[in-house]
Design a protein around this ligand. Structure first.
Ligand SMILES: [Zn+2]
Length: 217
């Protein structure tokens, strides 16, 4: 059983920058990497710049753009695969939630009355592409306008299954929570496991153990 997700530096920083760029609207990424017995390793995150972005939803809109991206990745990634031991492929997607920042908002939404929701979307992809399992990373982001002026500073806090990045610079700041979900096709039903995320080691240099995450949320 897959036990954790490891995010490479490239994927991690692309996801943060993509989320911050459009902060008030949701945005999405294709995730490339590999899955082994115990872990998902996410090497790259492709931001989908042609996706429809709303404040409470995001979805691919331009199918021919996705086809172009797939063709490019096939040409760009496949030759790399041949040289590496692990097969790199699309392992899932990431998308942001911008409505509220808390651990509750950082999870997959279920199928609603209109048939929308994160799990409905994932279920359709898994059915269409005959995929047995899928990784979805949810990135909950909140922009902050402070009264006080801060020196540039970033803190990373680790919860049992989530990572939180608090970044301040001048009067502005971003508070971002990341969570990872493994969606598994199990006897025609979907099973969802939340997985802990391991960030690239260099980012933990910012870790500040003095903050109390439980109190802070
Ligand atoms: Zn969502």
């Amino acid at each position: 059983m897959v036990e954790y997700v490891e995010l490479d530096g490239d994927a991690f920083s692309t996801i943060l920058r993509g989320a911050i760029e459009v902060r008030g609207k949701e945005t999405m990424f294709h995730l490339y990497g590999n899955k082994s017995r115990k872990r998902f390793f996410v090497e790259n995150a492709d931001p989908l710049q042609t996706a429809y972005r709303g404040s409470t939803s995001v979805e691919p809109e331009n199918i021919s753009a996705l086809e172009r991206l797939a063709l490019f990745n096939e040409a760009f990634i496949t030759p790399v695969i041949k040289k590496s031991r692990k097969v790199k492929k699309r392992v899932g997607e990431a998308h942001t939630h911008t409505a509220n920042l808390n651990q509750r908002n950082c999870r997959l939404t279920i199928r609603d009355k209109r048939g929308d929701g994160d799990l409905a979307y994932i279920e359709d992809i898994m059915k269409d592409e005959n995929i047995q399992d899928w990784l979805e990373i949810i990135v909950s982001i909140k922009f902050k306008d402070y009264n006080k002026i801060y020196e540039p500073d970033t803190v990373i806090l680790s919860y049992p299954k989530k990572e939180r990045v608090i970044s301040k610079n001048g009067r502005v700041g971003w508070d971002i929570i990341l969570a990872a979900y493994h969606v598994i096709q199990d006897n025609k039903r979907l099973r969802v496991n939340e997985l802990p995320i391991i960030l690239p080691r260099r980012y933990y240099w910012y870790y500040n153990g003095a903050l109390n995450p439980a109190k802070d949320l």
